[in-house]
Each structure stands twice: as structure tokens, then as C-alpha cells.
Design a protein around this ligand. Sequence first.
Ligand code: IMP
Length: 516
Amino acid sequence: MATILNDISRTFSEYLLIPRLTRKGQVADKIGLGSPLSAVEKGQEPRFSINVPVVSACMQAVSGTKLCVALARQGGLGFVFCSQPIEAQAEIVHQVKAHKAGFVQSDSNVTAQATLSEVVELMKQTGHSTIPVTADGSAIGKFEGIITDKDFWEFEDDLDGLVRDHMTPLASVIHGLDGISLREANSLLHKHKKDCLPILDPQGNLTSLVFKKDYEDHRLHPLELLDDTKRLCVGAAINTHDYQERVPALLAAGADAFCFDSSDGFSEFQRDGIDWIREKLGNQIVIGGGNVVSAEGFDYLVADGERGNRGVDFIKVGIGGGSICITREQKGVGRGQASALQEVSARRDAFYEETGRYIPICSDGGLASDTQIVLALAMGADFVMMGRYFAMTEDSPSPKTPINGQMYKPYWGEGTRRAQNWQRYSEGMDTRKMVFEEGVDAYVPLVGPLGEVLEATLYKLKSTMINIGAESLSEFRDRAILTLVSEQSVVEGGTSNVFQFSPNRELDNGGWGNPG
Ligand code: IMP
């Protein structure tokens, strides 16, 4: 007969943290959010760490170049999806590594023959108000001029009119030459009172744009995750089918860390992959494994291989909790994320006692609010992986889509037909044909730039850490005391017996309680 566990599969929203002593002098600025991403031998420094405990899901709708750059600039790490050809994935890794802070490749461009209505549409989709005009309409084509939302009036001008009749032509555009430093570019912007500076190569091709706002942004982000040569860090997902070709190609492109992308990582296929990578490329390379939801799965992936090579560096926990995931419904496999995390974290701590090797744990999927992120980190996760959270930002790769007056972004699972990620869901099957889907194709509301959204989340995290009297994430885990909540106490935690104003009501100046 099957083994029936006595525990109940629990989720984060069933728990609350009990406050502990807040100490004098504890302020948000002094709280450290750094976390190891590689295994740490007792008494040694991790080989690779992140500066804030968040990484992006290896998904087509999430981890493109722009998002990986934006996340690394905040101190986290993007994992470029592997549901694409090796060369395409290596190109994204390369673009993140080649990103020069402050110099961005233009992602919306037009030709001089485009109509104003095409420009209006592009501006709506991308949110950009400055569009370079190039001979072939590409980001690196011969530069001919620039058109901004100030060059025409959407409701006055004939929208069938052509860009060439409204743009500022090259001869009148203040621009910089390739090789210019960020400081020089910024003094040009400052001197000519411009917001955007196109950078051209000696042949007159557009290479990048420098924005005034990016310069200011750069000064505000001291936690940027940089490698030894000051390039942004980026991670890459791998699968169990083509790692022998994919990993070397991604390493050559500059990937800093890898993780197997699998809905069920407790498999001989993944173990073979880990052993191959360790034997061919050594123990230094940073590899994550998973996903698992049990101590048994953890032990299998972290154990030393038969030939003495190391297991994985970090473990991803979570099956079936993702916002777009229907694995539990389709296959009856999975576990409540809180229960899975608790079991694997307890095993991680015991493993550390036994071996002196600390294996960071990543809680992957199903984090529906900032509170749940905080609870995952309190419960044992060293860092969290999120898909929906990042898909909702301006920086995710999918286009903004207006629906009923609200802006949305498409977000789809890697186990959908759309993602065509047959590798991930076909292990052990004779055919790689997708027989059923494990994810859904959906829309999520647009929430704003990644930097702003993450800043608010991390501020809440720090504020909770202060309630618990913790100054680092490891102290947070050690000091955390969690309690299960009843349904009634969840109700008690919401507002009760009050009539709330709508959040967008006009602020009442001089109302009740304000005698002035
Ligand atoms: P989210 O943060 O709740 O949106 O979950 C993201 C996580 O869901 C990813 O990191 C994957 O582990 C998982 N995932 C991605 N695509 C699928 C899918 O199609 N089916 C099931 N799980 C998925």
C-alpha cells in the first residue's frame, strides 16, 4: 500500500510571523539582503552570491535581456530561459554581459517611411516616447534621425503622414560617437539640455542610446550584481537533453550560474547531467538543481557523485504552485509550497551539520504577494524565484496589451504549447510530442518598472526583518517563529466593520480631524 503522510500540504498564507525583540539602532539601511547562490563550505566564502534574494524564473515571458539587466542592476539574478535554440539563449546571455550601464540598445525603431499611426502604436506598446529612425528600421541600422511624441500631435496631425516629414534629421540631432564614456555622454546631455543621446559608430550606424534618467538611476543602485570585470551577472537555465552542447556555449557567452529547469528534478536524467557537468567542467561552475519537494529529492541532487564530484550548488523547491501551473490538476503531483520548503530546509540544515556544506535553497513559484515572499525567506529559503511577479513589470519581454482600458502583459507557462518547451516535460517519455499541457496562457496586469516594484517589496522585507530583530537573512531564518493561522484569524487580519474609501478618491483637504 502507498505511504500516506500525516502532514497536510500547507501554503504560505496559512502562517504568520510572531514579532521578536526589535533592537535599538535597527534601520532599513543597515539590513543586509545578500544571499549565497553557491554551496558554502564551513568557514569559507561562497563562490557566488546575489545582493538581494530574488531571481527571475527561466521563462519565455519573463527572463529576456531587458529583464535580466534590470534585475542585475537591483542586485538580483535573471535566469535566461532554455526553451529556445542554444544560439538564441547564448545571444541573450551575451547581450546582458555586453550591457554597458547607461548605454541601452534601442528596442523600438522605425524607418523614415513609416506612418505616424505606426509610431503612435509603437509608443503605446513600448511606453517609449523617443524613437530612433534608421534606414532599415533596426536597432543597429544607419541612423537617419529621431522622432519623439513632441514632434507631432496625435489628435491634430494627419496620422497617415510619414515619419520623415516630422522627425529631427541626423544633421540636427546631438549625438555621441561609439567609445564615448558615460561621463562624457552625460555631460553632452546636460550641456544641450537633452533627455536622450544616440551613439553612432564611425559608419553612422546606431549602436546605443544614453538616457538622462538612466544616469540618475545608475547612481541610485549601489547593489548592482557585477562580476570581477564589472559586467552585470546573468544566470542561464539548462535542460537534461542538450547540456553537453548548451552549457559550454553559455559559458563561452559569459553565464555566471546555471540551473536545471525541470518541473520534477528528482530524476536520473538530472543526476547524469550534474555528473557530466562536474566531470567535464569542474566543481567551480555554479549549478542549481530541482525542482524537488522532499528531503529525499534534496539528498539525491546534492550528494557527491560516484567519481567524487560534487552535487549541485543550490536546490530549487516547488512543484505545482506556480501561478500559471496546472501540474497538480493534470498529474496529481506536487506539494503545498510551505510544507515542501519546511521539509527541504530542515534537511539542508541537517546536511550542513553532517558535512559542513551549506546548500542554499530557492523557493520557486506561487509567491502571490510581498507577504508570501517574506514568509518564504523566514521559513528557510535563501532566495526566491518568481515568474508572475516579473512578468507584470515594464521590463518583461512581452508587449503591453490594453484590455478594457487597463494595461496587461501576456504571461504563459513553460509547459504550454505556446512555450513549446518539450524538453522540460518529456523526460523519460518515448516521444517528445506534447500530449497534454502543464501550464496556462494568461494575462497579468502591468505594474510598472521592475526597479520600483522590487524596491517596495524589499523595503517591506526589511521592515519585517526589523520586527524579528534580524539584520541578515540567515539571522531572519534563525530567529523566525511562525504560527499557523485559523480561517477566522485570517478574517480578523483584514479590515473589519469599517467602510473603506475607494483608493483613488481625491484626497480630502481640511476634512474631519484636520482643524487647519
Ligand atoms: P510564479 O512565480 O507563481 O508565476 O511561478 C513561476 C514558476 O512556475 C517557474 O519558476 C516554474 O518553476 C513554474 N512553471 C513555469 N511554467 C510552468 C508551467 O507551464 N507549468 C507548471 N509550472 C511552471
